[in-house]
Design a binder for this molecule. Structure first.
Ligand code: IMP
Ligand code: MG
Length: 173
C-alpha cells in the first residue's frame, strides 16, 4: 500500500469551507429545535467532529456502524448493522451524518432501520455524493461535495482501513 498513487482532490481548506456552509444551512433549518446527530462510523468521524462544533442548535450525538460487503472499492448492497443507535429516537429530529453516498444502498438500509424507530423527522447530511452509480432511492438533504466517480481516501475515508487520518481528500489511482 505504501506505493499507492494518491492525487489531491479536495484540500482541507475546501473541505472546511463546505463543512461551514453545511453547518450554516443546518443551523438555519433547525433554528429553535433540538437535533439528534447520528454519525455513521467509521468514515464520518472527522466530518462529524468538525460539523458539530459549528452547530448552534442544541445537539445530542450518537453513532451507528454499518458494514457493506463487496470488493475493496465496490459495495455489494448487502449491509450489516454492526452497532445500533443507543439514544431514544422516537419523536426526535434526527440528522444522519455520512461520509460518502455512492450506490446509496447503505443509506437506504440506514433510513429504513431508523424510520422503524419512529423519529419525529429524519434528514441526511453527507460530505460527499457520488452521482455516477446511484441505485438507492433515498436522497441526501445536505450535500457537501459532488463527484461523478472514482475512489477517494482521506478525511475519514479509507481504503482497506488506511488513509483515514489524511487531512485532505485524495483520489486513489
Ligand atoms: P454505498 O452503499 O454504495 O452508498 O456505499 C457507502 C459506503 O461505501 C460509504 O459509507 C463508505 O464507507 C464506502 N465508500 C463508498 N465510496 C467510497 C470511496 O470513494 N472511498 C472510501 N469509501 C467509500
Ligand atoms: Mg468504508
Amino acid at each position: 500500500m505504501h506505493n499507492a498513487n494518491l492525487a489531491l482532490l479536495y484540500s482541507q481548506e475546501r473541505i472546511a469551507a463546505e463543512v461551514s456552509r453545511l453547518a450554516e444551512e443546518i443551523n438555519r433549518d433547525y433554528a429553535g429545535r433540538e437535533l439528534l446527530v447520528v454519525g455513521i462510523l467509521k468514515g464520518s468521524f472527522l466530518f462529524i467532529a468538525d460539523l458539530v462544533r459549528q452547530l448552534t442548535v442544541p445537539v445530542t450525538i450518537d453513532f451507528m456502524r454499518l458494514a457493506s460487503y463487496g470488493t475493496e472499492t465496490q459495495s455489494s448492497g448487502i449491509v450489516e448493522l454492526r452497532k445500533d443507535i443507543e439514544l431514544p429516537v422516537q419523536g426526535k429530529d434526527l440528522l444522519i451524518v455520512e461520509d460518502i453516498v455512492d450506490s446509496g444502498l447503505t443509506l437506504d438500509t440506514l433510513h429504513s432501520k431508523l424510520m422503524q424507530k419512529k423519529p419525529g423527522s429524519l434528514k441526511i447530511c453527507t460530505l460527499i455524493e457520488k452521482t455516477g452509480q446511484r441505485e438507492g432511492s433515498i436522497k441526501p438533504d445536505y450535500v457537501g461535495l459532488s463527484m461523478e466517480s472514482g475512489f477517494i481516501v482521506g478525511y475519514g475515508l479509507d481504503f482497506n482501513e488506511q488513509y483515514r487520518q489524511l487531512p485532505d481528500i485524495h483520489l486513489l489511482g
